[in-house]
Design a protein around this ligand. Structure first.
Ligand code: SF4
Length: 392
């Protein structure tokens, strides 16, 4: 009997974590040292360093996926609203998030803002914070506002654990997250260089594992995956290299990511689970930590529809850079149904791509989309058209 290759063992472990809607990994982490706390956070980005510095586990909550039946959650939102708030409510009401001692709702859209209010009413014994982010990128204006938000969070977390969170603790956590971001940057660079060796369905599961594992455990797992993936040759296909845009909040079902790949696309960049890659480079870990986190947010962070662009000229710059630096041949706009930020931005991005003669296609999904055939046909036709007509 042949042994399971190491790369597949890692993927299998990540898949189990991904499928576990009871968050047993979080429960185990808490049980290992009684008294430890876990804080959930919604997409897109929160400064996990502060949670980590308080000795707590940051837990990414990305909805219920396609395995959760939403029964009670539907009563809280109009039927046309995207699915992630409803499935998150369902997770909460069914007790699956009881292992969390608090929840952070970063400013992303009105739906998430409303969800933070509902959470306060529904779970009165839990810490809940709506984390506002700046829409002005001048250090003395947006920066000082953001630092005060970070200061409030730091104080709250200090109260929750019964001891203030020190600058030295935050700096130590910044160093830990720098390592994690470096590993993920390497993973993304590796996938762009050899997408046949690191399928996006696997890369995605690795990122999801980082939503429930502590960074000290996740970083070596990412490094092990890169080494193990490289050690197992896989067939190289003549696929079209694409960037996926629009999936920064409610996540597509895993089957959808697989369908895009099976249709003949190599995903060479994407905006899945941006929390892991929001800050684009290392944050200095030997200075004033809140100031450095603020500067990184203001001047060196990823772009997405949920983040304010101060000028029209900035729109699309990040996407074009992804296309050019990753050697992509086209863009797939894949956004959740009724996702205002993504769908409002999409025409602007499409205009920019059209001017640059970069092919694109677009569709919508829900986290529980089940019918993959139309998406596979659309992505397959897109990949074929790139291969047939875009070649120089
Ligand atoms: S999917 Fe879009 S509309 Fe829905 S909560 Fe997320 S950002 Fe808001």
């Amino acid at each position: 009997m042949s042994a399971v290759p190491p790369v597949l063992k890692i993927v299998e472990r990540c898949q189990k974590l991904f499928e576990d809607l009871d968050f047993n990994a979080v429960k185990q982490w808490k049980a290992a040292v009684p008294g430890r706390k876990a804080i959930g956070f919604m997409p897109v980005y929160v400064p996990c360093e502060l949670i980590h510095a308080a000795g707590m586990l940051p837990v990414g909550i990305l909805g219920g996926g396609d395995q959760l039946e939403v029964i009670q959650g539907d009563a809280y939102y109009q039927s046309y609203i995207c699915r992630i708030p409803r499935s998150t409510i369902e997770l909460g009401l069914t007790g699956r998030l009881d292992c969390l001692d608090g929840m952070l709702f970063p400013s992303i859209c009105d739906v998430i803002r409303n969800l933070s209010g509902m959470w306060q009413m529904l779970f009165k014994d839990k810490y809940v914070k709506y984390l506002d982010v700046p829409q002005n990128y001048v250090d003395s204006i947006g920066g000082s506002f953001y630092i005060s938000e970070l200061e409030n969070l730091r104080e709250d977390l200090g109260k929750l654990r019964g001891k203030p969170v020190t600058a030295a603790e935050i700096n130590a956590s910044i160093a830990v997250y720098n390592e994690n971001r470096r590993a993920i940057r390497d993973l993304y660079a590796y996938r762009a260089a050899k997408p046949w060796q690191a399928p996006t369905s696997e890369v995605y599961l690795l990122l999801r594992a980082g939503m429930v594992l502590p960074p000290e455990e996740h970083t070596p797992l990412v490094r092990e995956y890169i080494a193990a993936a490289d050690a197992m040759p896989r067939p190289k296909r003549d696929n079209a290299r694409v960037v996926i845009n629009g999936s920064f909040c409610e996540q597509p079902p895993l089957a959808l990511i697989k369908s895009i790949e099976m249709a003949g696309c190599y995903v060479v960049d994407d905006d899945f689970i941006l929390a892991t890659r929001w800050l684009l480079d290392d944050v200095p870990s030997d200075a004033n930590p809140l100031e450095e986190l603020s500067k990184a947010f203001l001047h060196r962070s990823a772009s997405t529809a949920a983040k304010y662009d101060t000028t029209r000229e900035e729109k699309g710059v990040y996407l074009l850079k992804q296309v050019k630096t990753r050697g992509a041949e086209g863009v797939i706009f894949a956004a959740p149904s009724f996702c205002d930020p993504a769908l409002l931005e999409r025409p602007m991005l499409q205009d920019i791509l059209a001017k640059q003669k970069i092919p694109y296609t677009a569709f919508k999904y829900a986290e529980n989309t089940g019918q993959m055939a139309p998406i596979r046909e659309q992505a397959g036709t897109f990949a074929d058209s790139i291969k047939l007509w875009s070649a120089a």
